[in-house]
Design a protein around this ligand. Structure first.
Ligand SMILES: Nc1ncnc2c1ncn2[C@@H]1O[C@H](COP(=O)(O)OP(=O)(O)OP(=O)(O)O)[C@@H](O)[C@H]1O
Length: 280
């Protein structure tokens, strides 16, 4: 079993005349939290959309290596098979819950496919098969586990749409975890959260890594989240990788500082000197 869960090689994505991603490569290690960061318009969401099957890349290879030794070339899989076969789950920038269903129902619906498989897709199966009864019990147990981890137990019977924003974000993540992913992709999970909600989110993500070993790939603008929880950070600017390493390495990389401050190339040397002198 390789310890690389995701390998992106020479990825390019063109929209008409715009090269949104240009020869981008990186690896995510199994069990790590890997963050993809970069200024607005750098291409983060486009990379995410290529990994999760919403876009087919113009060029490049995206390999997902599962724990059991199976590998999938994601750019070749039909998009609906990426969650099912490759076990890649994702959340979106804008929350997409079933707002009229309760919190618990949202977590059970996420397990619908596994339950239907256990029923043999027949009414008899639904009513009497022991394998279905067993799977149904497991589904409830799994939902309870994630309700607890996401700090949502006391809201289990409330409609999802009634939850505060931060709790809805955690419910989305809990729902994705109920599908048993090997790679969980989170698109700006901390967007719009207050500092207290951000801290609860950090706990949930660190718990996912520690308790389940699930690999996480996230796009995030909130640097307090990125720097606190990531094992590995990859920085994009204008569709190309400008830095790749530990949070500390990336935070002190003059190219990254320059990209975020929006300075010209010549000024990068100046920033490097200032960093060496400790004046910034
Ligand atoms: N479907 C599309 N059609 C045309 N251009 C697109 C499309 N999707 C993204 N782009 C362009 O590709 C570039 C990268 O956009 P992308 O949304 O991936 O950046 P981002 O880093 O996620 O930005 P943000 O942080 O603002 O969400 C931008 O110039 C954007 O306008």
């Amino acid at each position: 079993m390789t310890d690389t869960i995701l390998k992106v090689e020479h990825l390019s994505m063109k929209f008409g005349g715009l090269m949104a991603i240009n020869d981008f490569s990186f690896e995510a290690k199994r069990g790590n939290i890997t963050a993809l960061i970069g200024p607005n318009g750098a291409g983060k969401t486009t990379v995410f959309n290529c990994i999760t099957g919403f876009y087919k890349p113009t060029m490049g290879m995206i390999t997902l290596n599962q724990k059991n030794g199976h590998s999938f070339l994601l750019e070749r899989l039909p998009d609906f098979e990426i969650p099912k076969k490759a076990k890649v789950a994702r959340t979106f920038q804008n929350i997409r819950l079933f707002s009229g269903l309760t919190v618990l129902e949202n977590l059970l619906v996420a397990q619908h496919n596994a339950l239907m498989r256990a029923s043999g897709y027949t009414i008899l199966g639904l009513l009497g098969l022991p394998s279905y009864k067993r799977k149904e019990k497991e589904a409830i147990e799994l939902a309870r586990f994630w309700l607890d981890r996401a700090n949502l137990m006391d809201r289990a019977d409330d409609p999802a749409g009634d939850l505060p924003y931060g709790a809805q974000r955690r419910l989305e993540i809990a729902r994705a975890m109920c599908t048993g992913p090997e790679l969980l992709c989170l698109d700006e999970p901390a967007a719009g959260l207050n500092p207290r909600e951000s801290a609860v989110l950090n706990e949930l993500l660190q718990g996912i890594r520690a308790e389940t070993g699930t690999s996480v790939l996230l796009i995030e603008h909130d640097m307090s989240v990125v720097m606190e929880i990531s094992d590995h950070v990859v920085v994009l600017e204008y569709g190309q990788k400008i830095s790749d390493g530990t949070p500390d390495h990336v935070k002190n990389d003059p190219k990254v500082i320059a990209a975020y401050l929006g300075v010209e190339d010549e000024e990068v040397d100046e920033i490097e000197d200032q960093l060496d002198e400790g004046t910034i």
